[in-house]
Write a protein that binds this ligand. Structure first.
Ligand SMILES: *Cc1c(COP(=O)(O)O)cnc(C)c1O
Length: 398
């Protein structure tokens, strides 16, 4: 048997590849430099407006509000939802901490729902069990890009008067029953961080079909200051007058970042197709390996995948997740783990959350990792990744 690189063998690749990376092309760069030479370099400017229109086109949402990053999008959505002191909001347990931090920013308490053990998305049955008279909303994450179970979640929200915020940081380009993510929840939050499917460095957005929420989001993005007389306590026709009517933030995106986003969004179909091709190639290679579990797709989701997760089958392997992870890394295929159950972070531990809350999430975490998936991954790199996964699996298999 071939010796693993971690034990002094020859690695599958000479140079490392990582789980994600951006693709910036010449025309992206030109769009940014042109905007830098224009009169307005911060938002809201012409490129920001164009990006918002484009995002509405992609998602089918009536309104889009561009913000500084995905975390800011979640923060404003949670504020616009009206979450506050004494409220509970149900959040996916396998996600980036920002999905739940936005609830804490508002003074409300995140309550963690377990995941479905096969799709890894929030389990509507677990959500149902957590509802109390204090529950005000749900933050549901389209994990790896797969759409959450909208129908079930909508029914729960209707029956209990809850606000549904969708954290679609992974899911631009995904459709649920033919309808694009971004127009399905009360508010949908996007991130344009460099590992996500389209990027503008740092950036984010909230989409909604509700005009009231839209107006509130716009105001919160700029300090809570309004120029709309109908929103003022002391309206006047003085041309200079604007009024702060609530406590907001400066969460604007610069217009040259918005320019990059416009350019990137015009490539979404191409980016999405390539990601789908790579997912198919991995699925074919790994589906016959009983040592690995693959993420199950619900038929309603036409997924633009952001992450490709492999989950080890402990019954078939002699190694633990760390050994597998380190062995892959030594082959120069650098995986990452997405994610630690949020309430395992020591900050949450200090808030009183305990291990054992979400058994499916915890079991998922112990055995999973994400392998490289991004637009510019070459066929040869995809093959290297498959070879490395096979090599490590072969070595540790029972
Ligand atoms: C990336 C990400 C965020 C945060 O987005 P930023 O733009 O980095 O602030 C939130 N939720 C999830 C699930 C993410 O993957």
């Amino acid at each position: 048997m071939e010796k693993l690189a971690i034990f002094g063998g020859k690695p599958v690749r000479e140079t490392p590849i990582y789980y994600g990376r951006q693709c910036i092309e010449q025309d992206d760069i030109e769009m940014v430099t042109r905007t830098l030479q224009s009169d307005l370099i911060t938002g809201p400017g012409p490129k920001g407006e164009e990006a918002e229109r484009k995002l509405c086109e992609i998602t089918g949402a009536r309104y889009a509000v561009l913000v500084a990053n995905g975390t800011a999008a979640l923060h404003l959505a949670a504020m616009a939802a009206g979450f506050g002191e004494g409220d509970e909001v149900i959040v996916s347990s396998i996600t980036f901490a920002a999905s739940s931090n936005c609830v804490l920013y508002c003074g409300a308490r995140p309550v963690f729902a377990d995941i479905n053990p096969e799709t890894y998305n929030i389990d509507p049955e677990s959500v149902k069990r957590l509802i109390t008279p204090k529950t005000r909303g749900i933050v549901a994450v389209d994990f790896t890009g797969q759409a959450v179970e909208h129908e079930a979640l909508w029914q729960i929200c209707r029956e209990n008067g809850l606000v549904l915020i969708e954290d679609a940081a992974h899911a631009i380009g995904t459709k649920y029953n033919g309808r694009p993510v971004g127009s399905l929840a009360d508010m949908t939050c996007f991130s344009f961080h460099p590992v996500k499917t389209v990027t503008c460095g740092e950036g984010g957005a909230v989409t909604t079909n509700d005009e009231k929420l839209y107006r509130r989001l716009l105001r919160l993005r700029t300090h809570g200051i309004t120029r709309d007389r109908s929103e003022m306590a002391h309206p006047t026709d003085a041309g200079w007058y604007n009024e702060q009517v609530e406590l907001g933030y400066n969460y604007r995106l610069t217009d040259f970042q918005a320019a990059l986003l416009v350019s990137q969004m015009s490539k979404l179909n191409r980016f999405s197709q390539r990601r789908k091709e790579i997912v198919k190639r991995y699925d074919r290679a790994f589906s016959e390996m009983p040592e690995l579990f693959l993420q199950k797709e619900i038929p309603e989701s036409d997924t633009t995948r952001h992450l490709y997760v492999i989950r080890l089958n402990p019954e078939r392997l002699t190694c633990d997740r760390k050994q597998f992870f380190d062995a892959l890394r030594a082959e120069n295929i650098c995986p990452q783990v997405h994610y630690l159950p949020v309430y395992w972070h020591s900050y949450y531990e200090k808030l009183g959350y305990e291990k054992g809350l979400c058994p499916n999430a915890e079991a998922y975490y112990e055995w999973s990792m994400s392998i490289p998936l991004y637009y510019s991954l070459t066929d040869a790199e995809v093959e290297d990744t498959i070879r490395a996964v096979r090599k490590v699996t072969e070595y540790y298999k029972k």
